[in-house]
Design a protein around this ligand. Structure first.
Ligand SMILES: Cc1cc2nc3c(=O)[nH]c(=O)nc-3n(C[C@H](O)[C@H](O)[C@H](O)COP(=O)(O)O)c2cc1C
Length: 467
Protein backbone atom coordinates (compact mmCIF):
# COMPACT_ATOMS: atom_id res chain seq x y z
CA UNK A 1 0.00 0.00 0.00
CA UNK A 2 1.36 3.38 -0.93
CA UNK A 3 0.05 6.84 -0.18
CA UNK A 4 -0.70 9.05 -3.13
CA UNK A 5 -1.46 12.70 -3.31
CA UNK A 6 -3.56 14.21 -5.96
CA UNK A 7 -2.25 17.58 -7.07
CA UNK A 8 -4.64 19.70 -9.01
CA UNK A 9 -3.63 22.92 -10.64
CA UNK A 10 -6.36 24.43 -12.71
CA UNK A 11 -5.29 27.86 -13.80
CA UNK A 12 -1.98 27.69 -15.61
CA UNK A 13 -0.77 30.35 -17.97
CA UNK A 14 2.06 28.37 -19.46
CA UNK A 15 1.61 27.31 -23.06
CA UNK A 16 5.04 25.84 -23.55
CA UNK A 17 5.22 22.72 -21.52
CA UNK A 18 3.96 19.77 -23.54
CA UNK A 19 4.81 16.13 -23.19
CA UNK A 20 8.14 16.57 -24.99
CA UNK A 21 9.22 19.15 -22.51
CA UNK A 22 8.27 16.84 -19.73
CA UNK A 23 10.48 14.16 -21.18
CA UNK A 24 13.34 16.54 -21.62
CA UNK A 25 13.00 17.54 -17.97
CA UNK A 26 13.63 13.91 -17.12
CA UNK A 27 10.06 12.96 -16.45
CA UNK A 28 8.04 10.15 -17.78
CA UNK A 29 4.36 10.44 -17.23
CA UNK A 30 3.38 6.89 -17.81
CA UNK A 31 0.26 5.15 -16.74
CA UNK A 32 1.34 1.77 -15.49
CA UNK A 33 -0.29 -1.45 -14.43
CA UNK A 34 -3.94 -1.03 -13.64
CA UNK A 35 -3.81 2.59 -14.70
CA UNK A 36 -3.27 1.54 -18.26
CA UNK A 37 -6.44 -0.45 -18.17
CA UNK A 38 -8.36 2.42 -16.74
CA UNK A 39 -6.90 5.08 -18.97
CA UNK A 40 -5.62 3.36 -22.08
CA UNK A 41 -4.96 6.54 -24.02
CA UNK A 42 -3.44 8.53 -21.21
CA UNK A 43 0.18 8.34 -22.33
CA UNK A 44 -0.29 10.21 -25.52
CA UNK A 45 -3.29 12.39 -24.92
CA UNK A 46 -3.00 13.49 -21.31
CA UNK A 47 -6.72 13.09 -21.38
CA UNK A 48 -7.14 12.07 -17.80
CA UNK A 49 -5.42 11.58 -14.50
CA UNK A 50 -1.87 10.32 -14.54
CA UNK A 51 0.09 8.49 -12.02
CA UNK A 52 3.59 9.80 -12.08
CA UNK A 53 6.40 7.31 -12.10
CA UNK A 54 9.36 9.57 -12.03
CA UNK A 55 12.24 10.11 -9.77
CA UNK A 56 15.82 11.00 -9.40
CA UNK A 57 17.99 10.19 -6.48
CA UNK A 58 17.97 13.70 -5.05
CA UNK A 59 15.08 15.46 -3.44
CA UNK A 60 15.47 18.74 -5.25
CA UNK A 61 15.20 17.44 -8.80
CA UNK A 62 12.24 15.37 -7.74
CA UNK A 63 10.54 18.54 -6.65
CA UNK A 64 11.26 20.19 -9.97
CA UNK A 65 9.95 17.24 -11.86
CA UNK A 66 6.89 17.21 -9.72
CA UNK A 67 6.01 20.76 -10.54
CA UNK A 68 6.75 20.36 -14.22
CA UNK A 69 4.54 17.30 -14.36
CA UNK A 70 1.70 18.95 -12.52
CA UNK A 71 1.92 21.81 -14.92
CA UNK A 72 2.10 19.65 -18.01
CA UNK A 73 -0.88 17.59 -17.08
CA UNK A 74 -2.93 20.49 -15.92
CA UNK A 75 -2.13 22.43 -19.05
CA UNK A 76 -3.55 19.74 -21.26
CA UNK A 77 -6.52 18.92 -19.15
CA UNK A 78 -8.16 20.05 -15.98
CA UNK A 79 -7.53 16.75 -14.30
CA UNK A 80 -5.12 16.09 -11.53
CA UNK A 81 -1.92 14.18 -11.14
CA UNK A 82 -1.44 11.50 -8.53
CA UNK A 83 2.08 11.36 -7.20
CA UNK A 84 3.59 8.93 -4.72
CA UNK A 85 4.10 10.17 -1.19
CA UNK A 86 7.89 10.04 -1.44
CA UNK A 87 7.79 12.14 -4.52
CA UNK A 88 8.81 15.72 -3.74
CA UNK A 89 7.94 15.21 -0.11
CA UNK A 90 4.40 15.85 -1.13
CA UNK A 91 1.78 16.13 1.58
CA UNK A 92 -1.47 17.89 2.17
CA UNK A 93 0.45 20.77 3.65
CA UNK A 94 3.30 20.89 1.13
CA UNK A 95 4.01 24.33 -0.13
CA UNK A 96 3.80 23.52 -3.80
CA UNK A 97 3.87 27.17 -4.74
CA UNK A 98 7.32 27.41 -3.19
CA UNK A 99 8.44 24.30 -5.02
CA UNK A 100 7.28 25.81 -8.24
CA UNK A 101 8.99 29.13 -7.61
CA UNK A 102 12.22 27.26 -7.11
CA UNK A 103 11.72 25.29 -10.29
CA UNK A 104 11.03 28.52 -12.12
CA UNK A 105 14.17 30.18 -10.78
CA UNK A 106 16.25 27.20 -11.87
CA UNK A 107 14.81 27.36 -15.34
CA UNK A 108 13.02 24.04 -15.08
CA UNK A 109 9.69 25.64 -15.95
CA UNK A 110 8.91 28.47 -18.24
CA UNK A 111 5.72 29.79 -16.75
CA UNK A 112 4.29 30.72 -13.40
CA UNK A 113 1.75 28.79 -11.43
CA UNK A 114 -0.31 30.96 -9.14
CA UNK A 115 0.15 29.50 -5.68
CA UNK A 116 -3.53 29.64 -4.96
CA UNK A 117 -4.43 27.33 -7.81
CA UNK A 118 -2.61 24.26 -6.50
CA UNK A 119 -4.24 22.03 -3.97
CA UNK A 120 -3.65 18.48 -2.88
CA UNK A 121 -5.70 15.65 -1.51
CA UNK A 122 -4.66 12.24 -0.30
CA UNK A 123 -5.62 8.67 -1.06
CA UNK A 124 -4.17 5.18 -0.70
CA UNK A 125 -3.47 3.05 -3.74
CA UNK A 126 -1.86 -0.25 -4.49
CA UNK A 127 0.59 0.52 -7.21
CA UNK A 128 4.20 0.32 -8.29
CA UNK A 129 6.96 2.67 -9.19
CA UNK A 130 9.31 2.27 -12.12
CA UNK A 131 12.77 1.17 -11.10
CA UNK A 132 14.27 2.52 -14.31
CA UNK A 133 13.19 6.06 -13.61
CA UNK A 134 14.54 5.65 -10.09
CA UNK A 135 17.92 5.22 -11.75
CA UNK A 136 17.49 8.44 -13.68
CA UNK A 137 16.73 6.66 -16.96
CA UNK A 138 14.83 9.21 -19.02
CA UNK A 139 14.30 7.50 -22.37
CA UNK A 140 11.55 4.91 -22.54
CA UNK A 141 13.80 2.82 -24.81
CA UNK A 142 16.71 0.82 -23.44
CA UNK A 143 19.50 -1.24 -25.00
CA UNK A 144 18.74 -4.94 -24.52
CA UNK A 145 21.61 -7.19 -23.48
CA UNK A 146 23.21 -9.15 -26.31
CA UNK A 147 25.76 -11.84 -25.51
CA UNK A 148 28.28 -13.16 -27.98
CA UNK A 149 30.02 -9.84 -28.50
CA UNK A 150 27.30 -7.47 -29.73
CA UNK A 151 26.86 -5.60 -26.46
CA UNK A 152 30.05 -3.75 -25.61
CA UNK A 153 30.98 -1.52 -22.72
CA UNK A 154 30.98 1.34 -25.23
CA UNK A 155 27.38 0.56 -26.14
CA UNK A 156 26.28 0.51 -22.50
CA UNK A 157 28.03 3.81 -21.79
CA UNK A 158 26.61 5.38 -24.95
CA UNK A 159 23.10 4.25 -24.02
CA UNK A 160 23.42 5.85 -20.59
CA UNK A 161 24.77 9.01 -22.19
CA UNK A 162 21.54 9.25 -24.16
CA UNK A 163 19.45 8.98 -20.98
CA UNK A 164 18.76 5.32 -21.65
CA UNK A 165 20.07 2.19 -19.98
CA UNK A 166 22.33 -0.54 -21.27
CA UNK A 167 22.90 -3.98 -19.82
CA UNK A 168 26.19 -5.79 -20.07
CA UNK A 169 25.76 -9.32 -21.33
CA UNK A 170 27.42 -11.74 -18.91
CA UNK A 171 26.49 -14.76 -21.03
CA UNK A 172 29.45 -16.86 -22.28
CA UNK A 173 31.92 -14.63 -20.42
CA UNK A 174 34.14 -15.67 -17.55
CA UNK A 175 33.48 -13.96 -14.21
CA UNK A 176 36.84 -12.18 -14.61
CA UNK A 177 35.88 -10.81 -18.01
CA UNK A 178 32.55 -9.67 -16.61
CA UNK A 179 34.28 -7.99 -13.68
CA UNK A 180 36.53 -6.10 -16.08
CA UNK A 181 33.53 -4.90 -18.11
CA UNK A 182 31.74 -3.75 -14.97
CA UNK A 183 34.83 -1.81 -13.92
CA UNK A 184 34.97 -0.09 -17.32
CA UNK A 185 31.34 1.00 -17.23
CA UNK A 186 31.47 1.95 -13.57
CA UNK A 187 34.41 4.25 -14.31
CA UNK A 188 32.06 6.22 -16.58
CA UNK A 189 29.73 6.88 -13.60
CA UNK A 190 26.58 5.89 -15.41
CA UNK A 191 23.66 3.64 -14.50
CA UNK A 192 23.84 0.20 -16.09
CA UNK A 193 22.75 -3.36 -15.69
CA UNK A 194 24.14 -6.86 -16.10
CA UNK A 195 22.28 -9.71 -17.75
CA UNK A 196 22.91 -13.27 -16.59
CA UNK A 197 21.83 -16.63 -18.00
CA UNK A 198 19.96 -18.46 -15.24
CA UNK A 199 20.58 -22.19 -15.57
CA UNK A 200 17.70 -24.01 -17.22
CA UNK A 201 19.46 -26.74 -19.14
CA UNK A 202 17.84 -28.95 -21.74
CA UNK A 203 19.47 -32.34 -21.29
CA UNK A 204 20.47 -34.37 -24.32
CA UNK A 205 21.47 -38.01 -24.40
CA UNK A 206 24.88 -38.91 -25.79
CA UNK A 207 23.59 -40.87 -28.79
CA UNK A 208 21.27 -38.12 -29.99
CA UNK A 209 24.10 -35.64 -29.55
CA UNK A 210 26.56 -37.77 -31.50
CA UNK A 211 24.17 -38.30 -34.41
CA UNK A 212 23.79 -34.54 -34.80
CA UNK A 213 27.50 -33.93 -34.22
CA UNK A 214 28.34 -36.24 -37.13
CA UNK A 215 26.12 -34.26 -39.46
CA UNK A 216 27.54 -30.88 -38.41
CA UNK A 217 31.13 -32.20 -38.49
CA UNK A 218 30.81 -32.35 -42.28
CA UNK A 219 30.65 -28.54 -42.35
CA UNK A 220 33.41 -28.21 -39.73
CA UNK A 221 35.78 -30.32 -41.86
CA UNK A 222 36.07 -27.40 -44.26
CA UNK A 223 37.83 -25.44 -41.53
CA UNK A 224 39.85 -28.40 -40.25
CA UNK A 225 37.90 -28.37 -36.99
CA UNK A 226 37.08 -31.31 -34.76
CA UNK A 227 33.86 -30.63 -32.93
CA UNK A 228 33.35 -31.91 -29.35
CA UNK A 229 32.56 -35.62 -29.56
CA UNK A 230 30.53 -35.70 -26.35
CA UNK A 231 27.99 -33.29 -24.88
CA UNK A 232 29.48 -30.48 -22.81
CA UNK A 233 27.27 -29.21 -20.03
CA UNK A 234 27.96 -26.15 -17.93
CA UNK A 235 25.99 -23.44 -16.14
CA UNK A 236 27.93 -20.50 -17.57
CA UNK A 237 29.56 -19.95 -14.14
CA UNK A 238 26.22 -18.88 -12.71
CA UNK A 239 27.14 -19.02 -9.03
CA UNK A 240 30.41 -17.15 -9.51
CA UNK A 241 28.67 -14.42 -11.51
CA UNK A 242 25.94 -14.01 -8.91
CA UNK A 243 28.55 -13.86 -6.16
CA UNK A 244 30.44 -11.21 -8.09
CA UNK A 245 27.26 -9.15 -8.48
CA UNK A 246 26.37 -9.61 -4.83
CA UNK A 247 29.81 -8.67 -3.56
CA UNK A 248 30.19 -5.73 -5.90
CA UNK A 249 26.60 -4.60 -6.55
CA UNK A 250 25.38 -3.06 -9.78
CA UNK A 251 22.16 -1.07 -10.24
CA UNK A 252 20.27 -3.68 -12.28
CA UNK A 253 20.63 -7.42 -12.79
CA UNK A 254 18.42 -9.19 -15.29
CA UNK A 255 18.03 -12.92 -15.75
CA UNK A 256 17.04 -14.87 -18.80
CA UNK A 257 16.47 -18.53 -19.73
CA UNK A 258 15.07 -19.36 -16.31
CA UNK A 259 14.01 -18.00 -12.97
CA UNK A 260 16.77 -18.03 -10.37
CA UNK A 261 16.09 -19.18 -6.82
CA UNK A 262 14.52 -16.74 -4.42
CA UNK A 263 17.76 -16.81 -2.40
CA UNK A 264 19.57 -15.31 -5.39
CA UNK A 265 16.85 -12.72 -6.01
CA UNK A 266 16.78 -11.69 -2.35
CA UNK A 267 20.56 -11.55 -2.05
CA UNK A 268 20.77 -9.12 -4.95
CA UNK A 269 17.87 -7.03 -3.72
CA UNK A 270 19.47 -6.88 -0.30
CA UNK A 271 22.50 -5.12 -1.75
CA UNK A 272 20.26 -2.59 -3.51
CA UNK A 273 20.05 -4.14 -6.96
CA UNK A 274 16.88 -4.03 -9.03
CA UNK A 275 16.21 -7.55 -10.29
CA UNK A 276 14.60 -7.99 -13.69
CA UNK A 277 13.37 -11.25 -15.17
CA UNK A 278 12.81 -12.03 -18.83
CA UNK A 279 9.47 -13.76 -19.37
CA UNK A 280 7.67 -14.85 -22.52
CA UNK A 281 4.18 -15.67 -21.24
CA UNK A 282 1.69 -14.84 -18.52
CA UNK A 283 2.46 -17.97 -16.46
CA UNK A 284 6.17 -17.09 -16.52
CA UNK A 285 5.36 -13.52 -15.49
CA UNK A 286 3.23 -14.84 -12.61
CA UNK A 287 6.02 -17.16 -11.49
CA UNK A 288 8.51 -14.27 -11.57
CA UNK A 289 6.17 -12.06 -9.57
CA UNK A 290 5.64 -14.81 -7.02
CA UNK A 291 9.41 -15.16 -6.67
CA UNK A 292 9.68 -11.48 -5.76
CA UNK A 293 11.19 -10.08 -8.97
CA UNK A 294 11.17 -6.25 -9.22
CA UNK A 295 10.52 -5.78 -12.92
CA UNK A 296 9.77 -7.93 -15.96
CA UNK A 297 11.29 -7.93 -19.41
CA UNK A 298 8.42 -9.25 -21.51
CA UNK A 299 9.88 -10.77 -24.64
CA UNK A 300 7.83 -11.78 -27.69
CA UNK A 301 8.66 -14.61 -30.08
CA UNK A 302 9.69 -12.11 -32.77
CA UNK A 303 12.72 -11.04 -30.68
CA UNK A 304 16.20 -11.57 -32.03
CA UNK A 305 18.52 -14.07 -30.38
CA UNK A 306 17.56 -16.69 -27.82
CA UNK A 307 14.09 -16.76 -26.43
CA UNK A 308 14.08 -16.36 -22.68
CA UNK A 309 11.38 -19.01 -22.40
CA UNK A 310 11.36 -21.12 -19.25
CA UNK A 311 10.26 -24.05 -21.47
CA UNK A 312 13.03 -24.33 -24.05
CA UNK A 313 11.73 -27.69 -25.19
CA UNK A 314 9.15 -25.92 -27.33
CA UNK A 315 9.12 -22.90 -29.58
CA UNK A 316 7.66 -19.73 -28.02
CA UNK A 317 4.07 -18.97 -29.04
CA UNK A 318 3.72 -16.32 -31.75
CA UNK A 319 1.81 -13.77 -29.63
CA UNK A 320 2.27 -10.18 -30.89
CA UNK A 321 4.25 -8.10 -28.40
CA UNK A 322 1.51 -5.51 -27.64
CA UNK A 323 -0.94 -8.35 -26.93
CA UNK A 324 1.57 -10.11 -24.70
CA UNK A 325 2.22 -6.88 -22.80
CA UNK A 326 -1.53 -6.30 -22.31
CA UNK A 327 -2.01 -9.87 -21.11
CA UNK A 328 0.80 -9.57 -18.58
CA UNK A 329 -0.31 -6.12 -17.39
CA UNK A 330 -3.77 -7.52 -16.69
CA UNK A 331 -2.39 -10.33 -14.53
CA UNK A 332 0.78 -9.11 -12.90
CA UNK A 333 1.32 -5.92 -10.96
CA UNK A 334 4.93 -5.34 -11.88
CA UNK A 335 6.42 -2.67 -14.13
CA UNK A 336 7.60 -4.14 -17.37
CA UNK A 337 9.94 -3.63 -20.27
CA UNK A 338 8.68 -4.83 -23.64
CA UNK A 339 11.06 -6.46 -26.10
CA UNK A 340 10.88 -8.08 -29.49
CA UNK A 341 10.72 -6.86 -33.06
CA UNK A 342 10.72 -3.15 -32.24
CA UNK A 343 12.14 -1.04 -35.05
CA UNK A 344 10.23 2.24 -35.23
CA UNK A 345 8.90 5.02 -33.03
CA UNK A 346 5.40 3.71 -33.70
CA UNK A 347 6.37 0.22 -32.55
CA UNK A 348 7.70 1.68 -29.32
CA UNK A 349 4.66 3.87 -28.78
CA UNK A 350 2.36 0.90 -29.26
CA UNK A 351 4.00 -1.16 -26.51
CA UNK A 352 4.10 1.82 -24.16
CA UNK A 353 0.42 2.37 -24.77
CA UNK A 354 -0.16 -1.31 -24.07
CA UNK A 355 1.24 -0.75 -20.59
CA UNK A 356 5.00 -1.20 -20.78
CA UNK A 357 7.12 1.20 -18.75
CA UNK A 358 9.87 0.97 -21.35
CA UNK A 359 10.85 -0.81 -24.54
CA UNK A 360 14.07 -2.75 -25.06
CA UNK A 361 15.73 -3.13 -28.44
CA UNK A 362 18.45 -5.47 -29.53
CA UNK A 363 18.47 -6.12 -33.26
CA UNK A 364 18.28 -2.46 -34.28
CA UNK A 365 21.53 -1.91 -32.34
CA UNK A 366 23.46 -4.73 -34.00
CA UNK A 367 24.90 -2.44 -36.68
CA UNK A 368 25.41 0.49 -34.32
CA UNK A 369 28.85 2.07 -34.18
CA UNK A 370 29.40 0.65 -30.69
CA UNK A 371 28.16 -2.85 -31.56
CA UNK A 372 30.66 -5.67 -31.28
CA UNK A 373 28.71 -7.97 -33.61
CA UNK A 374 30.98 -9.62 -36.16
CA UNK A 375 31.50 -7.96 -39.53
CA UNK A 376 29.85 -11.01 -41.09
CA UNK A 377 26.77 -10.58 -38.93
CA UNK A 378 26.57 -6.84 -39.65
CA UNK A 379 26.95 -7.39 -43.38
CA UNK A 380 24.21 -10.03 -43.39
CA UNK A 381 21.85 -7.61 -41.66
CA UNK A 382 22.50 -5.09 -44.41
CA UNK A 383 22.15 -7.68 -47.18
CA UNK A 384 18.82 -7.05 -48.95
CA UNK A 385 18.64 -10.67 -50.09
CA UNK A 386 18.29 -11.84 -46.47
CA UNK A 387 14.65 -11.08 -45.97
CA UNK A 388 13.44 -13.65 -43.49
CA UNK A 389 14.03 -14.44 -39.83
CA UNK A 390 13.12 -17.82 -38.36
CA UNK A 391 13.05 -19.47 -34.97
CA UNK A 392 15.67 -22.18 -34.92
CA UNK A 393 17.34 -24.59 -32.53
CA UNK A 394 19.89 -25.81 -35.07
CA UNK A 395 22.73 -23.67 -33.66
CA UNK A 396 22.32 -24.06 -29.91
CA UNK A 397 19.58 -26.58 -29.11
CA UNK A 398 17.44 -23.79 -27.63
CA UNK A 399 14.90 -21.67 -29.55
CA UNK A 400 16.47 -18.54 -31.00
CA UNK A 401 15.57 -16.22 -33.87
CA UNK A 402 17.96 -15.35 -36.64
CA UNK A 403 18.21 -14.54 -40.31
CA UNK A 404 17.46 -17.65 -42.30
CA UNK A 405 20.56 -19.16 -43.87
CA UNK A 406 21.92 -22.39 -45.33
CA UNK A 407 22.88 -23.89 -41.93
CA UNK A 408 19.31 -23.55 -40.69
CA UNK A 409 17.86 -24.90 -43.92
CA UNK A 410 20.18 -27.89 -43.83
CA UNK A 411 20.05 -28.80 -40.14
CA UNK A 412 16.80 -27.58 -38.61
CA UNK A 413 15.00 -30.79 -39.50
CA UNK A 414 17.55 -32.96 -37.72
CA UNK A 415 18.57 -30.61 -34.89
CA UNK A 416 17.81 -31.98 -31.43
CA UNK A 417 17.00 -29.96 -28.35
CA UNK A 418 19.95 -29.76 -26.01
CA UNK A 419 21.30 -26.65 -24.38
CA UNK A 420 24.08 -25.84 -23.75
CA UNK A 421 25.48 -29.00 -25.39
CA UNK A 422 24.46 -28.03 -28.93
CA UNK A 423 25.74 -24.50 -28.35
CA UNK A 424 29.17 -25.92 -27.45
CA UNK A 425 29.01 -28.31 -30.42
CA UNK A 426 28.52 -25.63 -33.07
CA UNK A 427 30.44 -22.81 -31.41
CA UNK A 428 33.87 -23.52 -33.01
CA UNK A 429 32.28 -23.81 -36.45
CA UNK A 430 30.34 -20.57 -36.03
CA UNK A 431 33.44 -18.70 -34.89
CA UNK A 432 35.51 -19.96 -37.80
CA UNK A 433 32.76 -19.18 -40.29
CA UNK A 434 32.27 -15.67 -38.91
CA UNK A 435 36.00 -15.01 -39.20
CA UNK A 436 35.95 -16.30 -42.79
CA UNK A 437 32.93 -14.17 -43.75
CA UNK A 438 30.82 -17.28 -44.39
CA UNK A 439 27.44 -15.96 -43.23
CA UNK A 440 25.62 -19.14 -44.20
CA UNK A 441 27.24 -21.02 -41.32
CA UNK A 442 26.86 -18.30 -38.70
CA UNK A 443 24.05 -17.78 -36.19
CA UNK A 444 22.82 -14.45 -37.59
CA UNK A 445 20.65 -13.56 -34.59
CA UNK A 446 18.03 -11.01 -35.56
CA UNK A 447 14.46 -10.12 -34.74
CA UNK A 448 11.75 -9.26 -37.21
CA UNK A 449 12.70 -5.58 -37.08
CA UNK A 450 16.09 -6.32 -38.68
CA UNK A 451 15.46 -4.02 -41.63
CA UNK A 452 15.69 -1.08 -39.22
CA UNK A 453 19.20 -1.94 -38.02
CA UNK A 454 21.29 1.02 -39.13
CA UNK A 455 24.93 2.02 -38.97
CA UNK A 456 24.51 4.91 -36.51
CA UNK A 457 25.62 5.79 -33.01
CA UNK A 458 23.77 3.88 -30.29
CA UNK A 459 22.61 7.15 -28.73
CA UNK A 460 21.08 8.30 -32.01
CA UNK A 461 19.24 5.03 -32.51
CA UNK A 462 17.80 4.97 -28.99
CA UNK A 463 16.82 8.64 -28.97
CA UNK A 464 15.26 8.26 -32.43
CA UNK A 465 13.11 5.37 -31.26
CA UNK A 466 12.00 7.29 -28.21
CA UNK A 467 10.57 9.97 -30.54
C1 LIG B 1 22.66 -10.95 -30.92
C2 LIG B 1 21.72 -11.06 -29.78
C3 LIG B 1 22.17 -11.53 -28.56
C4 LIG B 1 21.30 -11.60 -27.47
N1 LIG B 1 21.79 -12.01 -26.26
C5 LIG B 1 20.98 -11.96 -25.16
C6 LIG B 1 21.51 -12.21 -23.87
O1 LIG B 1 22.68 -12.46 -23.68
N2 LIG B 1 20.66 -12.16 -22.82
C7 LIG B 1 19.33 -11.84 -22.97
O2 LIG B 1 18.60 -11.79 -21.98
N3 LIG B 1 18.82 -11.60 -24.19
C8 LIG B 1 19.62 -11.62 -25.27
N4 LIG B 1 19.11 -11.29 -26.49
C9 LIG B 1 17.71 -10.86 -26.57
C10 LIG B 1 17.64 -9.36 -26.31
O3 LIG B 1 18.01 -9.05 -25.00
C11 LIG B 1 16.24 -8.80 -26.58
O4 LIG B 1 15.27 -9.52 -25.86
C12 LIG B 1 15.90 -8.87 -28.05
O5 LIG B 1 17.00 -8.44 -28.80
C13 LIG B 1 14.71 -7.98 -28.35
O6 LIG B 1 14.24 -8.21 -29.63
P1 LIG B 1 14.80 -7.46 -30.92
O7 LIG B 1 16.13 -8.08 -31.19
O8 LIG B 1 13.81 -7.80 -31.97
O9 LIG B 1 14.91 -6.01 -30.60
C14 LIG B 1 19.96 -11.23 -27.61
C15 LIG B 1 19.51 -10.74 -28.84
C16 LIG B 1 20.37 -10.65 -29.91
C17 LIG B 1 19.85 -10.10 -31.20
Amino acid sequence: MMSFFRCVADDFDDQHLGSRSVTSCGIQVLPSGSWTNRYPSATTTFASEHQLNASTSEGAPRRLLHVCAVRAVAQKSRFGLWVPEWFSGCSENADLGEVHSRAFRMGACTGRVPRSTIRTEKREEHTMTTPLTDLGVRLPVIAAPMAGGATTTAMVIAAAGAGSLGLLAAGYKTPDALEAEIATVRAASVPFGVNVFAPNPVPIDADTYRRYAELVQAEADRYGLTLPANPIDDDDAFDAKVELLRADPVPVVSFTFGLPGTDVIRALQKVGTTVVQTVTSVPEAEAAAAAGIDMLAVQAAVAGGHSGTFSPDRMPAPVPLPDLVSQVVRKVRLPLIAAGGLGTVEDVRTVLNAGAAAAAVGTVLLRAEESGASATHKAALADPSRTETVLTRAFTGRPARGLRNRFIDRFEGSAPLGYPAIHHLTSPLRKAAAAAGEADLVHLWAGTGHRHAAEKPTATILAGLAG
